[in-house]
Design a protein around this ligand. Structure first.
Ligand SMILES: NC(=O)c1ccc[n+]([C@@H]2O[C@H](COP(=O)([O-])OP(=O)(O)OC[C@H]3O[C@@H](n4cnc5c(N)ncnc54)[C@H](OP(=O)(O)O)[C@@H]3O)[C@@H](O)[C@H]2O)c1
Length: 519
């Protein structure tokens, strides 16, 4: 995580330029980086997809999305628009690649004087990853790594690739994708993006853990009872039902995001903040997670599907009633999983991960539940409210912040104890703007910093962890698929999963400054 970005000149080539992600996230993120002066003046952006458009059409199409930035201004926009280009091409077709794309990339590289540095972004359906990567290789667009081996690499042009999730549909397809990437790009040039890792609070978690000496002595099985990681969304599948039918909550969230957040939370101390040291520790943690037998999956995981209900003032139709899903669909819109780590630090400490759509509140949160004091000398002073063991709550979104629950004495002679909260609000404390995850990660990729990207080993390790559960659900279609009403906190079966350590900590109200309090 460099404090001052030092981006190289480069051409950013986005495959899938007419698509949803490009307009909603990528171009607005690049606009914001340009506004903040974080990109080199020698930066060009080339959008590629089959839709026929001129540069001017593309620029016109992107403008309203950038105008959503509260700091939008016309002067920055015209500077940014001067960097935007578009090339219609079928990126799966090698001849169209050679005849249209390669000359355009060459021309723009010269125009923006980028020293042949190119960052490719795969913002297309996963089925197109293979052909596009192969074509990049076949068209000899990669000069670094596979074709050069130099001790003085820093001065050579680089080519990197950002790969969007999903990284495969299962372990086998993920291994295949990694092999395809490996034939064209060096591992260090592959940036597997996980926008969760680009969120401020997840990065702050690294600093919180490793820049403060007080946590590390407590961060283990002696003091921590269990951990809960929740990612809840209030929306249902909206218009993405067809996509979701083939994904489900386990693939879409637990495999791809929550296990990675867990790795950041639970890894051993890296020897430096350099990407390679972070990667090694996160990989070690993921590889230490116990792999369960398929037959034991019901003891470790719960799946659920939402039925109709109200989320706030919005009524959501049940998942099976959605026009793009099957009437008898068994795709889970909710998944919870108990994860055990077989190492000295975490032996016997369960990590409970859960995620769901159409839940009561939108939040991503980590709850670290500490053990109770070993001997309760104040039990007679407790009154109605028994003091609870310490709990650390890390709000990833919304209201990024951290709070620590502890027991305090009520002032006066009553000698009553009560639970109290120490509260840290990220924005209130530090001010400034919280940057969109995509902006942060795009800048890191341009700067060559892989600290917040996953490597192939982590991706494959995460697939290994969820595979027995996915196989069990696939091979036992009649296995329990619990239902939950939209607007609830998920199925009761998930409460049973966490029972010995639970309950799940569900936010029940709001305190001043809109922070969440917990039971
Ligand atoms: N949207 C999100 O919020 C989101 C979030 C996380 C991850 N992702 C991932 O990001 C990727 C893109 O998602 P999306 O929602 O933007 O998809 P999308 O809206 O369907 O866009 C797909 C893009 O691919 C282009 N394309 C299709 N075939 C092509 C070809 N042969 N050559 C060149 N371009 C081609 C399409 O343009 P033409 O039809 O004009 O060729 C379109 O621009 C997916 O892998 C998705 O899983 C998306």
């Amino acid at each position: 995580m460099p404090t001052t970005p030092q981006p190289d000149p480069c051409l950013i080539v986005i495959y899938g330029a007419s698509g949803d992600l490009t307009k909603r996230k990528l171009i607005p993120a690049l606009y914001d980086l340009c506004r903040l002066g974080y990109l080199s003046a020698k930066t060009g952006i080339l959008g590629v997809s089959r839709t026929a458009m001129s540069d001017a059409d593309f620029i016109e199409r992107m403008k309203p999305w950038c105008q959503e930035n509260p700091h939008f201004d016309e002067q920055t926009w015209s500077r940014f628009a001067g960097r935007l280009h578009y090339q219609p091409a079928d990126a799966t077709d090698l001849s169209s690649f050679r005849e249209q794309l390669v000359p355009r990339i060459d021309q723009l590289s010269q125009q923006h004087d980028v020293n042949d540095n190119v960052l490719y972004y795969l913002s297309v359906a996963p089925s197109l990853y293979d052909p596009i990567i192969n074509n990049i290789g076949a068209a000899q667009l990669v000069t670094e790594g596979k074709r050069w081996c130099s001790i003085n690499r820093d001065r050579l042009p680089w080519q990197r690739i950002i790969v969007e999730k999903p990284f495969g549909h299962d372990l086998k397809s993920a291994e295949h994708l990694n092999r395809v990437l490996g034939r064209v790009f060096d591992e260090e040039s592959v940036y597997n993006i996980d926008h969760y890792l680009g969120k401020e609070t997840v990065q702050n978690l690294l600093v919180f853990r490793f820049a403060n000496a007080i946590w590390e002595p407590l961060w283990n099985r002696t003091y921590i009872d269990h951990v809960q990681i929740t990612a809840a969304e209030t929306v249902g599948v909206e218009d993405r039902g067809a996509f979701y039918e083939n994904a489900g909550a386990m693939r879409d969230m637990i495999q791809s995001h929550l296990l990675q957040v867990m790795a950041v939370l639970a890894m051993d101390t890296p020897s430096s903040s350099a990407a390679q040291h972070l990667r090694v520790e996160q990989r070690k943690l993921l590889e230490a997670i116990r792999l369960i037998d398929e037959a034991d999956a019901p003891d470790y995981a719960v799946r659920g599907q939402y039925t109709a209900g109200d989320v706030g003032d919005k009524t959501i139709v049940g998942y099976r009633e959605d026009p793009n899903t099957a009437d008898d669909s068994t795709t889970e819109t909710y998944a919870a999983m108990k994860v055990l780590v077989d190492n000295w630090r975490w032996q016997g400490v369960p990590f409970y991960l859960r995620t769901g759509k159409a839940m009561r509140r939108k939040l991503t949160q980590i709850v670290v539940q500490f053990r109770a004091a070993p001997h309760a000398i104040y039990s007679e002073m407790c009154g109605e409210e028994a003091p609870k063991p310490n709990r650390l709550v890390i709000n990833v979104q919304p209201d990024e912040g951290i709070n620590l629950k502890f027991t305090g004495k009520v002032p006066g002679q009553t000698g009553t104890l009560r639970n109290a909260v120490m509260d840290f609000d990220y924005l209130e404390q530090f001010g400034g703007e919280s940057q969109e995850a995509y902006a942060h990660l795009l800048l890191d990729a341009v700067c060559g910093d892989r600290s917040l990207f996953k490597d192939r080993f982590e991706i494959e390790a995460a697939w290994r962890i969820v595979t027995p559960v996915l196989n069990y659900w696939a091979n036992n279609p009649d296995a329990e698929l619990a239902t939950y009403a939209a607007g609830s906190w998920g199925p009761e079966a998930a409460d049973r999963l966490i029972e010995p350590f639970g309950p799940w900590r569900n936010p029940e109200g709001e305190v001043s400054r809109s922070r969440l309090v917990h039971k």
